[in-house]
Design a protein around this ligand. Structure first.
Ligand code: ADP
Length: 267
């Protein structure tokens, strides 16, 4: 039976998505983010949100220990319960997990690196973030087999077992590859991939990516990471990857957005 991995962005209302998961009626794994929930909790706890900018201009969250705490609390205490309870209310047997549970997502921590923080170039050593290098797919398969729908989010488990922040889009791609999923759907608060990020009417009917090198149409960090994740999933054998609008009435059964493809470019 078709297996779908769904990434649910933190900025979309998960309730219509959850109702639609029930309508799909096929096995799903849900991976979620939670940037707005993290931002709100950070403000409540008085923890500053900071951004790292790589030499190539790619922006990411600066996850020092205080932010790692906020992130874990926001994912497990605010973002995930809304999704799990909406799924259960729709009749889906959802189970909330993070990458720490059963070591589901194992990540390698990024080493100290030169980066721009708030406009100044510094070496950052206390960033607790990493890349997913392994997915404990047997546990996810067992849960699916038993009729459960895993609802998974960062943090992942670092090599020492401690929590690490990872990008949820790329984590979803890693999960889809590890499970041999047929489809990966990245639901976000945009109509799809836009050729002009400021024009909602410029949705691409398909988005072609080369096997390597920079990805196009990436005006800001979020969409850049989604395109990188989409490419990783396609190269890993996932048949269908769509960056889709998560704000519609039926975001899954009436999927609208941009299918992504990897194309060979000529010599
Ligand atoms: P999520 O929280 O769903 O993971 P992000 O906010 O990280 O999503 O990234 C999606 C956002 O990226 C969109 O809401 C949009 O504002 C922005 N964006 C930047 N460039 C583009 C583009 N070319 N096409 C569509 N959205 C874009």
């Amino acid at each position: 039976m078709k297996l779908t991995v769904i990434k649910c962005g933190g900025a979309v209302d998960p309730r219509p998505i959850c109702a639609d998961v029930a309508r799909l009626g096929t096995p799903c794994v849900i991976v979620h983010g939670g940037a707005p929930q993290i931002a709100r909790l950070a403000a409540e706890m008085g923890v500053a949100q900071r951004t790292l900018v790589s030499p190539a201009g790619v922006r990411s969250r600066y996850t020092d220990l205080a932010m790692l705490d906020v992130l874990t609390l926001a994912m497990t205490g605010r973002a995930k319960p809304v999704i799990v309870s909406a799924l259960v209310a729709s009749g889906v047997r959802a189970i909330g997990l993070t990458g720490l549970d059963a070591g589901l997502l194992r990540a390698r921590r990024k080493g100290p690196r030169r980066t721009v923080v708030d406009g100044r170039t510094v070496i950052v050593r206390d960033d607790h973030s990493g890349r997913v290098v392994e997915v404990e797919d047997a546990v996810l398969r067992d849960l699916l087999e038993a009729g459960f729908t895993p609802v998974l989010s960062p943090p992942a488990a670092g090599e020492d077992g401690g929590p690490l922040n990872v990008d949820a889009d790329r984590a979803a791609a890693a999960v889809a590859v590890a499970l041999g999923a047929d489809r990966l759907i990245l639901l976000t608060a945009a109509p799809g991939v836009l050729s002009d990020a400021s024009d909602d009417n410029s949705v691409l009917v398909r988005c072609e990516l080369s096997r390597e090198g920079p990805v196009p149409y990436a005006a800001t960090g979020g969409m850049h990471r989604k395109l990188v994740a989409a490419r990783e999933a396609l190269l890993g054998g996932v048949t269908e990857v769509t960056i889709a609008d998560g704000r519609t009435r039926r975001p899954l059964t009436e999927l609208s957005g941009t299918p992504v493809e990897v194309v060979e470019v000529g010599p």
